[in-house]
Design a protein around this ligand. Sequence first.
Ligand SMILES: Nc1ncnc2c1ncn2[C@@H]1O[C@H](COP(=O)(O)OP(=O)(O)OP(=O)(O)O)[C@@H](O)[C@H]1O
Ligand SMILES: [Mg+2]
Length: 344
Amino acid sequence: MASAQQLIGLIKSHAEGDEDRFFDLAMQLAAAEAQKGHVRLAEQLRQWADASKATTNRASFSKPTPLATPRGDLAALLSASYPTTRLGDVILPLEAADELAHVVAETRMTEQLESKGLRPRRRLLLAGPPGTGKTLSAAALAGELKYPLFAVLLHGLITKFMGETAQKLRMVFDAVRTTRGIYLFDEIDALAATRGNENDVGEARRILNSFLQFLDEDTGPSIVVATTNLPEILDRAILRRFDLVLRYEMPSAPAIETAMRRRLSGFNVREVDWSEVANNAGGLSTADVIAAAEDAARRSVLGKLSLIRTSAIITSLERRRSLHGIGAVLNAERSSSLHNKRSR
Ligand SMILES: Nc1ncnc2c1ncn2[C@@H]1O[C@H](COP(=O)(O)OP(=O)(O)OP(=O)(O)O)[C@@H](O)[C@H]1O
Ligand SMILES: [Mg+2]
């Protein structure tokens, strides 16, 4: 007979509408019964599992994707999407990729973990420079698990009044508990901005603290992903609230080559010297490298070139770097004017 755990898994996956998991579990059950010599039972289980798969496939053609749309006040705080990004789309160092894949596996095996008094990891902090794939990773987790991605709109959350902000945070965490999804608190630096006068610092710190307190509460079946590019945020008090802290880095030479090759698939790059390209990509993020590849590709199309050369890619990388210079100045101006507005 099936174990209690298997039965619970079957019913739970059905109740949650997770048809893929339901099918996998039914097939596992059939295999286990076959091994025990219960051939007829195994065959019947397989037939019914196949039948359920056929119905859901048919149903999914006619039904639109159910999108959990935040309503009322929540609509200003959460933006929902169903990403199709997969973990394989994110170019990461092996260890980081392994950890993310493990988080996905843990979530899929929640029942087995819980039966041994364990829990899957559900609070992640992704830290690193801009354009290195933090937001993309959150989307990939959602894509892998077929969960909705709820991006928390921090600008809607933070108000002049601490009490109001805390109340809004409470609403978001109520949703975390009750609606399963990946909740992305992108750039939590905004919660902990240390710029400004003394009062601002105290205020930002209080908001960050109430975020961390909420994080201590049960997240239900949801995964909370916070991202930051401020290393200062990573003090011990903060780190211990998270089950996993992943550090994102500027791309390595192999990562630069992979990112460019992917973006340039369909173009002739046979003559490109990739180590030369990597030597010229210092200081650029994965996002920059991909943008440079696009730039080189566009130019090759306009120039009706039959192949892309190393020199063309290096020029595009340099163009990207100099654009960055301008971007940095603009950013500094924008944040100082924002700051002036805020302190007025
Ligand atoms: N590691 C990566 N693998 C694949 N693509 C990447 C990676 N990093 C960045 N990209 C590309 O750059 C885009 C921007 O990356 P993303 O938004 O994930 O960066 P981020 O780390 O969240 O940056 P920020 O700190 O500025 O929010 C992605 O949509 C993707 O196209
Ligand atoms: Mg981001």
